[in-house]
Structures are given as C-alpha cells and as structure tokens.
Design a protein around this ligand. Structure first.
Ligand code: HEC
Ligand code: HEC
Length: 198
C-alpha cells in the first residue's frame, strides 16, 4: 500500500495520473489521508492526547464532523480552518478511507477501576442507546468513545454541554440529565470508563 501511494504521489506530482480507475481513487484517498496523518496518526490512530483517533468511526460520522467544522457548528482549535480546504467529494473519500482503518484504543491511559465501574452504569443508562457496545461502536452516526483519547473527550463534552458544539437533541437531553444527577463527577466517571476499555 505504502509503495503504491508513494508511486501515485510521484505520478500525480508529475501530472501523469488521471483519477479515473478505482485503483486511482483509492490512491487518491490515501494521498488525501497523508495530510491528516501528521496529527491523527498513521491510518487515523492518533498518538494523542488532544487529537482524536479517526480510524473505525463510521463514514457518516466522519462526514458530519467535517461538515460541522466547516460550518462552525463544531468548536475547534484548527479543524475549522483545515476542513474548509476540502470539497464535499474530498471529505467523502477521506471518510471512506478512515472508516475502513482498524481502530486501536489509545495506549497508556490510566483508569481507576472503581470510578470506571460507576461510569459503566452511567453509560448504560444515558449513552449506550446510541454509543452501542460500551461506546466501541460508531453505528447510528455516533463517535467511538471507548479507547478514544480522554483529554479530547473531556473538552468535546464540555463544548457540547456549553452549546459550542453540535450534539443531537436527544443526546443533549441525556447528557444534561446525567449531569443533573451525577454532576461533574459523573462526567469523570464516564471518562474513566472509556479509558478503561482497551
Ligand atoms: C494540525 C493537526 C491536524 C491536522 C493536520 C488534521 N487534524 Fe483533524 N483534528 C485535530 C484536532 C486538534 C482535532 C480536535 C478539534 C480541534 O481542536 O480542532 C481534530 C478533530 C478531527 C475530527 C473529529 C473526530 C471525532 O472523533 O469527532 C475529524 C473527523 C478530523 N479531525 C478529521 C481530519 C482530517 C480528515 C484531516 C486531514 C484532511 C485532519 N483532521 C487533519 C488536528 C488535526
Ligand atoms: C440519541 C443518541 C445519543 C445519545 C443518547 C448520546 N449520544 Fe453522544 N453522540 C451522538 C451523535 C449522533 C454524535 C455525533 C454528533 C455530531 O457530530 O454532531 C455524538 C457525539 C458524541 C461525542 C463526540 C465524539 C467525538 O468523537 O467527537 C461524545 C464525547 C459523546 N457523544 C458522548 C456521549 C455521552 C457521554 C453520552 C451519554 C451521557 C451520549 N453521548 C449520549 C448520539 C448520542
């Protein structure tokens, strides 16, 4: 794959490749993906901690996230600027590429077992419906939470609670309900739970 991509890069630079065949389409996605790898890691598994992994998230989830960065519906430090540089078609190809990579849980994150256990209960009650299989699934267009970098999860949740980043109405409702019952500690328990899933 790597060799192929380097070859494609060289050919593209020389203007020799017309992006028509399926193989060329794949190479183009790989090339687009290289731009992201510096921050999101090889194949979308970030070495963290403030940059999320993209690998294995659903295609629709990744497309939505990029469109939301583009439109400003999602708060960001840099993705707003980056996303604006890509067309809808580019974004679809990038999403296709990253959705097919294997998600590798973030390494070396500490989780307190007692707090993670509390978090597991909160997750089942408030989050499992959409973030299925203990937050490992990205079906229903929701992001992978289990094994994601926790600093990223923490500030994303804060942005969602503050209305700075888009969250589905139903998620917001449940997040608020959870917060009312369990407070900031509840958020921490959830974070420990997601960090404990490897
Ligand atoms: C300079 C570093 C950098 C580069 C390059 C970069 N990203 Fe990001 N990305 C981030 C950071 C940091 C975040 C968290 C949001 C923020 O603060 O901007 C993020 C968040 C994301 C998310 C949200 C993930 C989630 O779980 O919701 C997606 C999707 C994404 N980036 C896709 C891409 C794609 C596709 C590319 C390449 C075209 C790319 N990024 C290039 C740093 C980067
Ligand atoms: C009704 C379905 C639903 C429920 C319930 C739900 N979520 Fe979500 N969640 C989503 C969707 C859909 C997204 C993608 C939002 C977007 O990008 O606009 C999301 C995104 C997220 C993100 C951002 C992921 C990323 O990688 O950037 C976090 C963190 C999150 N949810 C945490 C939670 C937590 C914690 C709970 C329980 C308190 C919860 N969600 C409950 C549907 C839900």
């Amino acid at each position: 794959m790597k060799k192929q991509a380097i070859l494609a890069l060289a050919l593209m630079a020389a203007g020799l490749v017309s992006v028509r065949s399926e193989a060329a389409e794949v190479s183009r996605a790989v090339l687009l993906g290289y731009t992201c790898a510096g921050c999101h890691g090889t194949n979308g598994n970030s070495e963290g901690p403030a940059t999320p992994s993209l690998a294995g998230a659903s295609k629709d989830y990744l497309i939505d996230a990029m469109q939301e960065y583009k439109s400003g519906e999602r708060a960001s430090t840099i993705m707003g600027r980056i996303a604006r540089g890509y067309s809808r078609e580019d974004i679809e190809q990038l999403a296709e590429f990253f959705s097919k990579q294997k998600f590798v849980p973030a390494q070396g994150q500490e989780a307190d077992p007692a707090l993670a256990k509390k978090g597991a209960r909160l997750h089942d009650k408030y989050c499992e419906k959409c973030h299925a299989d203990g937050g490992t699934s990205s079906e229903d267009d929701a992001g992978i939470l289990a094994g994601q970098w926790t600093p990223y999860l923490r500030y994303t949740l804060a942005d969602m609670m503050a209305g700075k980043s888009h969250a589905p109405k139903k998620m917001k409702k449940r997040l608020k309900k959870m917060h009312k019952k369990a407070g900031d500690a509840g958020i921490e328990h959830l974070i420990h739970y997601y960090a404990s899933r490897k």
